[in-house]
Design a protein around this ligand. Structure first.
Ligand code: HEM
Length: 502
């Protein structure tokens, strides 16, 4: 063979690979990889993971939906969720929600931007927002109890989930885009988008055989369906032209320099335009406008679905525990305020003062059985206790071990004590090492203030007018692996009060 030099290039690549190869983690330092059969993971995750953690130690590796995930118990949960340098929120969340292509296109800024816009555009204005959205909840609460009364006569009970999914969809459109985007067709598209994004991010994956056992095929299918059909032919077709015109209008407003802060338009879209307006007088570019559409889609998904789901958990628990109704109604009567016409209403202050309701919501969230929710991704080989988790691994905290930790919650950690948080002053929005429903750390859910206020509005508007019960006195957990975005399965029935509070 004359052409020895042809071997030089592959040899050089091989030697370079050897040179940069990381030293391997000794086998005895890797976390134990535990085989849990998929049926166990999908049907009884809390027990299956819980038993494996108890048997093999605080960090285990388990394969699920084609990925190897490292699960940690309460000992390491805080470190994993808060140390973003070692455990990346952005990479973990993008991967678990099948959003890597969007992250790649946005150079990783997606979650930070979402966080900033929610904080600035929603959380900082929560009092004014509650004032603006109250009439919607008042209207829909009344409408729903009237429908429920009709349902009692025919045994055709209206869906509480669907009704308030619409209310939250409408609220979200108003907050993000403004009142003039609200009409029936637009709201239907928001529902579709929220459901489509839920599909895209794997929320229904556990219900599908393909989703469970051929996850790649499922991801491909949902991407094509949502990204090529629902979003372009739904969201972009219906909202696109008007949002485009709104962006132009808002650009002109910002440039005119004539608006005082109090006259600025309230929608979050205005804030986004203000942030991205090029300083050199050009219009916001088309790719940037597309990115704005992505931000809006993510916010719609984050804001609509989960909040409605949690409101249903709260109502189901309340229906199962009627002894909580009297003190909650007494509190409701105390916190109602009168508006300028003398009509009773709930304000941001009323909601803040509704401590028993707040505590009840926190307790429902703690005990609803979340298993795997907040995901992280290791940025290097990370020592954790006696083991080392390799770089590039998914790591998540097992929420049940955190929320039912006997060291924190005593001998009976699963005992429901709905008003305990009112005594300790821990509000439903407060995250902590023993409360990770909204995640933890720098990336903990920025929308939780809005979410808890909306849940209170739904529940308080309903119990002010009716008593919730459950058909056959029970509900079931629809998807035990996903209690965050799947409502409980059960039929809520509402018996109107003779003397409503509102
Ligand atoms: C009860 C309702 C909600 C629950 C249970 C919930 C839960 C969560 C969780 C667990 C995370 C991940 C945090 C982590 O990994 O540490 C998250 C992130 C996020 N949530 Fe929520 N959320 C809710 C409502 C909302 C609402 C109403 C909004 C918007 C107004 C929102 C916006 C977001 C955003 C933008 C992120 C990404 C985090 C970031 O960019 O920093 N969420 N949420």
């Amino acid at each position: 063979m004359d052409n020895y030099y042809l071997l030089a290039a592959p040899l050089a690549v091989f030697l370079y690979a050897l040179y940069i190869k990381r030293p391997a983690i000794p086998r005895n330092r890797l976390p134990p990889i535990v085989h849990i059969p998929p049926e166990e993971i999908f049907s009884r995750p809390r027990e299956a993971y819980g038993e494996a953690l108890a048997k093999y130690g605080p960090v285990i590796g388990v394969r699920r939906k084609g990925n190897l995930e490292f699960i940690v118990n309460q000992e390491h949960a805080r470190h994993v969720l808060t140390c973003d340098r070692l455990f990346s929120f952005e990479q973990g969340s993008a991967a678990i929600m099948n959003l890597q292509p969007i992250m790649a296109l946005t150079q990783g800024s997606l979650f930070r931007d979402l966080n900033d816009f929610v904080r600035e555009g929603i959380v900082n204005r929560i009092d004014e927002i509650v004032h603006r959205i109250w009439p919607l909840f008042q209207r829909d609460g009344k409408e729903f109890v009237d429908l429920a009364a009709e349902g009692l006569k025919t045994s055709n009970y209206p869906s509480c989930f669907n009704h308030f999914h619409n209310t939250i969809a409408e609220t979200t459109v108003i907050l993000l885009l403004g009142q003039d985007h609200v009409n029936e067709e637009n709201l239907l598209v928001i529902e579709d988008v929220a459901n489509g994004m839920a599909e895209l991010t794997g929320q229904y994956q556990n219900f599908s055989i393909i989703g469970k056992y051929l996850p790649i095929l499922w991801i491909l299918y949902t991407w094509v369906k949502v990204m090529l059909i629902t979003i372009p032919f739904g969201f972009l077709r219906v909202y696109g032209p008007k949002v485009w015109r709104d962006i132009n209008r808002y650009e002109d407003m910002v440039r005119s320099g004539k608006l005082s802060p109090k006259d600025e338009p309230a929608p979050v879209l205005y804030l986004i335009v203000k942030t991205y307006l090029p300083p050199d007088g050009r219009r916001i570019s088309a790719p940037r406008r597309l990115y704005i559409a992505v931000l809006l889609l993510c916010l719609i998904f984050a804001a609509v679905h989960t909040t409605t789901v949690v409101s249903q958990w709260v109502l189901c628990q309340l229906a199962m525990r009627p002894e909580y109704l009297a003190p909650l109604r007494e509190e409701l009567a105390n916190v109602l305020e009168e508006d300028e016409t003398g009509a009773l209403r709930l304000t941001a202050r009323s909601l803040r003062e509704a401590r028993l309701m707040d505590s009840f919501i926190r307790e429902v969230m703690r005990l609803k059985g979340d298993t795997i929710s907040a995901m992280r991704f290791t940025t290097c080989d990370v020592p954790l206790g006696n083991v080392i988790i390799p770089k590039g691994s998914f790591v998540t905290a097992m929420s049940t071990t955190v929320h039912e930790n006997p060291d924190v919650f005593g001998e009976q950690p699963r005992e429901f004590n709905g008003f305990q948080w009112a005594e300790t002053g821990k509000e439903a929005i407060m995250t902590g090492p023993a409360h990770i429903v909204f995640g933890l750390g720098r990336f903990a859910c920025p929308g939780r203030v809005l979410a808890v206020n909306e849940i209170k509005l739904i529940v308080m508007c309903l119990i002010a007018r009716s008593t919730p019960t459950l058909l056959e006195g029970k509900f079931e957990v629809a998807d035990p692996l996903n209690t965050v975005t799947q409502p409980p399965k059960g039929t809520l029935i509402f018996q109107p009060l003779e003397k409503p509070y509102l």
